[in-house]
Ligand binder design. Structure first.
Ligand code: ATP
Ligand code: MG
Length: 581
């Protein structure tokens, strides 16, 4: 590709609208442009990078027995009502009516459509197992679309669905996809981690997320230093054991605490540390009042709470709800005498006593509270978010927290959809059985952003060789010089002949301007050709990731290009045999 005839509208200025580095650089490198909130046009180099990502995804999906198809983006509401997700999916589902007044949505995911297809087409055990996938545009009306391609409303996803006869088969399918994902992210040259995760609105029983490690990631990952345990913070288990404690020796006592609200204020007043205080957090769970108890120095994990309560919607109680349910102003709720439908407590509250809690009366707290003696607790559960002070739930090793960007998510669905939508098959004995399903997503467009979050410097993007729109850029220092023009054309043709995706910067611009643009668009290798070098029989090469520059004699062009190419592959953990293109 010749830059002068191509379309890469780079920007010199920082775009004001962008907060995170990948968004800034995607705009500045001329890869994307915003149409409206959370909806982007992929410009030629952006699209080229996405196609490279898709090619690797396809290659590995096919290798692990996936079969590609393409389903419609527009889906009938009826199917979503059948699976009971029409209401449960909430506002992220973009709904509309057609001219006949029938309900439709734009697919945020395709479990319903594929289950409908399978229940019509698959009749016998002979047709199973099956794994079908597509690479397609999805729409989710995200509450806060942000960070460019990281959290869009319209984005590209690879979604795969597996269908098996039984649980062992479903586990094999899941394991195959896990391996395919590992292979995909390795070939993309990204540093990543597979972690245990929550299943969210997709449902199902078991899931792993694939996280690209980057400081700017929205997700936090809890990893063990000693074993291979890694989990999303939303999910990471906190274990807690201890001997049963004796009943508190003193009776609960009501104490006037006017105007004290925060844990610190209350701890100060009672002259105890925050871990002696119980926070009583009130929630509206599917319309019912629920209280969750947690130690004053801990953080409640709402995802764990929602899973434990097994409800569709969980929202923090409003000021009015708190006042109605606790009969006191906000800040004075407590478990003793509280009239709510359930009171659940964090595990560690089970092994201790003599707590300070709210008294369900404005300006009063209770001390010497014994939960077993004084309150009606429905159960003790793992309710809090893990910290670096907690032991690994598997091996008791140390936990450390890192940041990641979720680029893939695999789920064991079991019979959630096949049951709701009656997707069955006949086994060897002619008995009708439910198909066991799995689903597997990859955020193809989010990968592009994640790659940049992980690989950039102050001058621009540093693409991995698998994702870069152009593997090499040839920079002509003065294109008006006939010798230079002749030489770069030769080099350009030669590199193309080697199967290298190369961009020739043949624009009539100053060298400094071209160097800046080349750094910005992030090709792994830059080849710089000027009149002086030609006279001396050399050309210059710059390796983008290390910034290393070297002069190479023209006569060794081919061998040196092969060596440099290999060096770049090795840097990203890829070998020469790795067929990433
Ligand atoms: P998140 O927690 O980030 O909202 P999710 O759990 O809703 O993600 P899935 O339903 O598992 O996502 O979708 C599969 C993949 O699609 C995700 O792993 C992610 O890479 C990508 N993805 C999801 N939502 C978006 C979005 N709004 N913009 C871009 N990519 C997305
Ligand atoms: Mg989501």
């Amino acid at each position: 590709m010749r830059w002068s005839r191509y379309f890469i509208p780079t920007l010199k200025e920082e775009p004001a609208e962008a907060e995170v580095i990948s968004h800034k650089l995607l705009l500045r490198a001329g890869m994307i442009r915003k149409l409206t909130s959370g909806i982007y046009t992929y410009l030629p180099t952006g699209w080229k990078a996405l196609q490279k990502i898709s090619a690797i995804v396809r290659q590995e999906m096919n290798r692990f027995h996936g079969i590609e198809l393409l389903m419609p983006a527009v889906q009938p509401g009826d199917l979503w009502m059948e699976s009971n997700r029409w209401d449960a999916y909430g506002k992220e589902l973009l709904r509309f009516k057609d001219r006949h007044g029938r309900d439709y949505c734009i697919g945020p995911t395709h479990e319903e459509v594929i289950t409908d297809l399978i229940r019509r087409e698959i009749k016998s055990y002979r047709n199973l197992p099956l794994n079908l996938y597509q690479i397609q545009t999805k729409f989710r009306d995200e509450i806060r679309p942000r960070f460019g391609l990281m959290r869009c409303r319209e984005f590209i996803m690879k979604d795969a669905y597996s269908f098996d006869m039984d649980d062992p088969g479903a586990s094999r399918s899941y394991e195959g996809m896990r391996q395919a994902y590992v292979s995909i992210f390795e070939k993309l040259g990204l540093r990543f981690r597979a972690v245990e995760a929550d299943s969210g609105a997709i449902g199902g029983s078991f899931s792993h997320e694939f996280m690209v490690l980057a400081e700017t990631g929205e997700d936090t990952i809890a990893t063990c230093t000693d074993c291979d345990y890694a989990a999303n913070l939303e999910k990471a288990e906190v274990t807690c054991q201890g001997p049963d404690c004796d009943e508190c020796s003193m009776p609960a006592e009501r104490v006037s605490t006017p105007g004290l609200h925060t844990v610190e204020e209350i701890a100060g007043f009672f002259n105890v540390s925050p871990d002696r205080i119980i926070k009583t957090m009130l929630y509206n769970a599917d319309g019912k009042p629920v209280a969750a108890l947690i130690r004053g120095d801990r953080e409640l994990n709402e995802i764990k709470l929602k899973n434990i309560l097994d409800v569709q919607t969980l929202t923090m109680a409003t000021k009015e709800e708190v006042e109605k349910w606790s009969k006191a102003r906000v800040g004075f709720a407590g478990p003793v005498g509280l009239k709510v439908s359930r009171i659940v407590a964090d595990l560690e509250l089970q092994f201790d006593t003599d707590w300070v809690t709210g008294a369900n009366e404005t300006d009063f707290h209770l001390r010497h509270v014994d939960l077993r003696r004084d309150a009606q607790i429905s159960g003790y559960f793992d309710l809090r978010t893990i910290t670096e002070q907690d032991p690994c739930p598997r091996c008791e090793g140390n936990i450390y927290l890192t940041k990641g960007i979720e680029v893939g998510h695999i789920f064991k669905l079991g019979t959630k959809y096949s049951q709701a939508m009656k997707a069955t098959y006949l086994d060897e004995n002619g008995r009708e059985k439910l198909i066991i399903m799995g689903c597997y997503g990859i955020g193809v467009s989010r990968i592009l952003a994640a790659c940049i979050e992980q690989n950039h410097d102050q001058n621009g993007i540093i693409f991995t060789p698998a994702i870069t729109p152009f593997e090499m850029v040839v920079i002509a220092l003065n294109i008006k010089d006939d010798l230079v023009r002749e030489k770069v054309e030769k080099i350009y043709e030669h590199l193309k002949g080697l199967g290298i995706d190369v961009l020739l910067d043949d624009r009539d611009e100053r060298p400094g301007f071209k160097f800046k643009d080349a750094d910005l668009i992030g090709s792994p290798v830059q080849i710089i050709v000027g009149a002086k070098g030609i006279k001396n029989g050399v050309f210059e090469v710059k390796i983008r990731h290390s910034g290393e520059r070297m002069e190479i004699p023209m006569e060794y062009f081919s061998t040196q290009i092969a060596r440099i190419r290999n060096e770049v592959l090795v840097h990203y953990g890829l070998s020469k045999n790795n067929n990433y293109l």
